[in-house]
Design a protein around this ligand. Structure first.
Ligand code: NDP
Length: 253
């Protein structure tokens, strides 16, 4: 029996990258996983195929975060999917993982780009937590994915890093609010992690990125997923309001 047998989980942005690895990892521990995506239906299906191939259970939900009605649409899909499979709408584990990056220098950040980053990376996760509380039993788990960039300067990602600072605040304050229910709320801050994007096919770029980690390699999605999965278990019951550094020692200097 897995550590999460009988539990249900929602992982936002789990069609690809860290989210996919997290969905697969939670399902491997026995959780029924809602695999959320924005546009890439095929990728979400690949996540589900991987989970089912290992004998796990999962279903897909589409909702573009950062648009009007986004959280409502997400939860309609979630509640329908859970009800169909379990007869209930209980959500034990929430992983706020979906996010978009900026990638422009500070003087080129437009109000439109800023608003989008905030809408997807900070506003949506806040309201997802708020909405999830009605479905989450005592002892539930919330993990918000931050970034090492809340502690390591990268001017090209100033607005993105601001949204990650916000997500750490969501964890801190909701942790206090939800402690009476035994619900833990934590952040996990990855460092550079190979999410399959084309830059990871360029050996020189990979070598440079690897040099940032004390272990001299780029992170793999599974490196982060294992940390998230631990925080989702009963064994992590004494950890709340924390931000776990999952940067492979990139901040050690
Ligand atoms: P990817 O870019 O590989 O995947 C992003 C996921 O989020 C996809 O599932 C995508 O869905 C979904 N998504 C993107 N935009 C939206 C939206 N507007 N609405 C709904 N879903 C959306 O992500 P990573 O694995 O690289 O990153 C995962 C998390 O880790 C993020 O929070 C990121 O900030 C953080 N992080 C990543 C690092 C890295 O080096 N990779 C480093 C530090 C932090 P679809 O497939 O449909 O587009």
């Amino acid at each position: 029996m897995g550590k999460l047998t009988g539990k249900t989980a929602l992982v936002t942005g789990s069609s690809r990258g860290i989210g996919r690895a997290t969905a697969v990892r939670l399902a491997r521990e026995g959780a029924l996983v809602a695999v959320h995506y924005a546009t890439n239906k095929e990728a979400a299906q690949e996540t589900i195929d991987t989970i089912e191939g290992e004998g796990g259970r999962a279903f897909a939900i589409q909702a573009e975060l950062g648009t009007k009605g986004d959280v409502h649409e997400l939860f309609l899909g979630l509640e329908n999917g859970l009800k169909e499979r379990t007869g209930r709408t209980t959500l034990d584990i929430l992983v706020n993982n979906a996010a978009v990056m900026g990638g422009v220098d500070p003087e080129s950040v437009t109000p439109e780009l800023f608003d989008r980053l905030v809408a997807v990376n900070a506003k949506a996760p806040f309201f997802i937590v708020q909405r999830a509380l009605a479905l989450m039993p005592d002892g539930g788990r919330i993990v918000n994915i931050s970034s090492g960039l809340t502690r390591f300067a990268n001017p090209q990602e100033i607005a993105y890093a601001m949204t990650k600072g916000a997500i750490e605040q969501i964890s801190l304050h909701f942790a206090r609010y939800l402690a009476p229910r035994g619900i833990t709320v934590n952040s996990v801050a990855p460092g550079i992690t190979n999410n399959g994007s084309p830059v990871f096919d360029i050996p020189e770029a990979v070598e440079e990125m690897a040099g940032m980690s004390a272990f001299n390699r780029v992170g793999q999605p599974g490196d982060v997923a294992d940390v998230v999965a631990f925080l989702a278990t009963e064994e992590a019951r004494w950890i709340t309001g924390s931000c776990v550094d999952a940067t492979g020692g990139s901040l050690l200097g």
